[in-house]
Every structure is written in C-alpha cells, then in structure tokens.
Design a protein around this ligand. Structure first.
Ligand code: FAD
Length: 249
C-alpha cells in the first residue's frame, strides 16, 4: 500500500557487479522531477514502520526510469531488503527529491573536478548523461568534467566504467578509474592507488586547478575528508568544494 508522499517504484532491472554492488532500475507510477546530482529517498514498509534511505540518482531526468548504484551493507536495515527484491516487485520512493550536490552554475567556472568512491559515481553519471543530451540538443555550452573514481577492484566499477570510458571519447569528459588493490586485479592496466593519491597528479596535468575548476567529492567519508585537505592545500576555496557524504564512520 503506497502512502502519500510516496510513489510506487517497480523494479524493472537489476545488474549485479559483485555480491554487494548492483545497479537497480525502477519505473515509478508517476514521474519524479529532479536535477542531476540530487538524491531520491527509497523506502520499504516494515509493519507500521517505514525504513527509508537516501540514494543519489544515476539516471538523467530525460530517462524514463530511475536508476541507482547501491552497495549492500549486510548489517544494514534497508539494503538487505533491496537485495531480496524480485523483478516487478515494488518499493516506495518519496515524491520529492532534494539535494544541493548539483552541477555548479554560480561560480562561472566551467571545469568540474569530480571525485568518487565506487557508488559515489552516481551523481556524476546523471550529470554527464544529461550534459551529453543537452549538447546534442544544442542547449548548453560544453562544461569540462574530470572524473576520478576509486575502487578496490575493477569489477566494482561495473558497467559504469564502460559507459564513462565511452563518454570520454568526447573532449568534454576525462574519466580516470583507479584501483587500490591492483595485486588482486592482474589484468588491470589503469591508474592505481586511492582517489586521494592521484588527485593532484591528474588535476594539475589536466588544468583543473583552483582558478579554473569547481571540485566535488562524493561517497566514502574518509575519501571526502582527505580530498578536502588536499584541495585546500591546492588553494581551492571552501565555497568551490561540494561534498556528498554517504554515511558516518
Ligand atoms: C545523500 C546521500 C546519498 C546516498 N547515495 C547512495 C548511493 O547512491 N548508493 C549507496 O549505496 N548508498 C548511498 N547512500 C547511503 C545510503 O543512504 C544508506 O546509508 C546505505 O545504503 C545503508 O543503508 P542500510 O539501511 O542498509 O544500512 P543502515 O542501517 O543505514 O546502516 C548500518 C551501518 O552501516 C553504515 N554504512 C552505511 N552505508 C555504508 C557503506 N556504504 N559502507 C559501510 N558502512 C556503511 C552506517 O553508517 C551504519 O553505521 C547515500 C547516503 C546519502 C546521505
């Protein structure tokens, strides 16, 4: 039974990248309006109680479905239930989306240095899918995205690695996936280390410095804290750093 202010969201697709990381696509019974970078609140009923958690939206507002990239927290309340969902089963999604982790338009800067740990890539994919469509429709001036995504193993990047690698054929997007445990990933030929280890190397090389770029950090709180210090030392003003912290440690 759906209750106001929630819509029903039917699971239409799920792709597992690992045992604990999956893409979920839902169709909602009414269209949800949002800006790229914002999050939706997913919920399930548990007796009289509603278990609800925020999730950054991967899909673009132009798409006919809502997509999420979710990590299962085994001891958590909501994610184990999401893993039990079967195709066509429903959850609830709050009818209002919120969040300020959107592409900056205030600073006048058109370079965007985007840092993510694993699922923290979600808002940037929404922004990139939307930006590509806007360019195709001639509705925007190109912005420049440099996305650095960290994971332990390459399989955690899932099919988003392929999507972003393909998008990076456009000169407005650079995608740098980096793996912190390369010894367990013998075929990996890309960047190695944590996001924090490679920010300066790539930001400096690509010209995403404090005078030209906004910075964004999304996902694991420790990466965000470390990135904040690194960006501060690189003279990024506080108001040019946006953060989306997924949980408390
Ligand atoms: C704005 C926002 C956007 C978010 N977007 C996403 C997203 O796109 N994808 C996504 O997977 N999660 C996202 N999260 C985290 C999500 O809201 C939940 O916290 C997470 O899915 C765990 O929910 P749970 O009910 O299973 O666990 P809970 O019962 O909420 O948590 C149990 C414990 O696990 C800790 N915890 C929560 N998440 C993690 C984690 N990933 N790793 C380790 N410990 C954790 C909590 O701090 C808590 O101590 C987002 C959070 C915020 C605030």
């Amino acid at each position: 039974m759906a209750r106001d202010p929630f819509y029903q969201a039917q699971l239409i697709e799920r792709i597992d990248f690992t045992d604990d990381l999956a893409l979920f696509r839902f169709r909602t019974d009414k269209p949800l309006s949002f800006s790229p970078g914002q999050y939706a609140t997913l919920a399930v009923e548990d007796g009289d109680k509603l278990i609800q958690r925020p999730y950054s939206i991967v899909s673009s507002p132009f798409e006919a479905f809502l997509e999420f990239f979710i990590e299962r927290v085994h001891e958590g309340e909501l994610t184990p239930r999401l893993w039990e969902l079967k195709p066509s089963e429903k959850v609830l999604v709050r009818n209002r989306t919120v969040g300020r982790f959107t592409l900056d338009t205030d600073s006048g800067l058109n370079r965007h240095l985007m840092l993510a740990t694993v699922t923290g890539i979600a808002p940037y994919i929404s922004m990139a899918r939307t930006h590509r469509l806007n360019i195709e429709r001639g509705e925007t001036k190109p912005q420049h995205f440099a996305i650095i995504q960290g994971a332990s193993h390459s399989r955690e990047l899932g099919i988003y690695k392929d999507e972003l690698t393909e998008l990076a054929r456009n000169d407005w997007l650079t995608y740098i996936p980096t793996i912190s445990r390369p010894w367990t990933d013998p075929d990996w030929r890309g960047e190695t280390g944590r996001v924090e280890d490679v920010i300066r190397k790539h930001a400096d090389r690509l010209g995403f410095d404090s005078t030209r770029a906004m910075a964004y950090a999304c996902g694991h709180p420790q990466m965000i804290e470390n990135a904040r210090s690194i960006l501060a030392r690189a003279r990024f003003p506080k108001e040019h750093i946006k953060e989306e912290n997924y949980f408390l440690v």
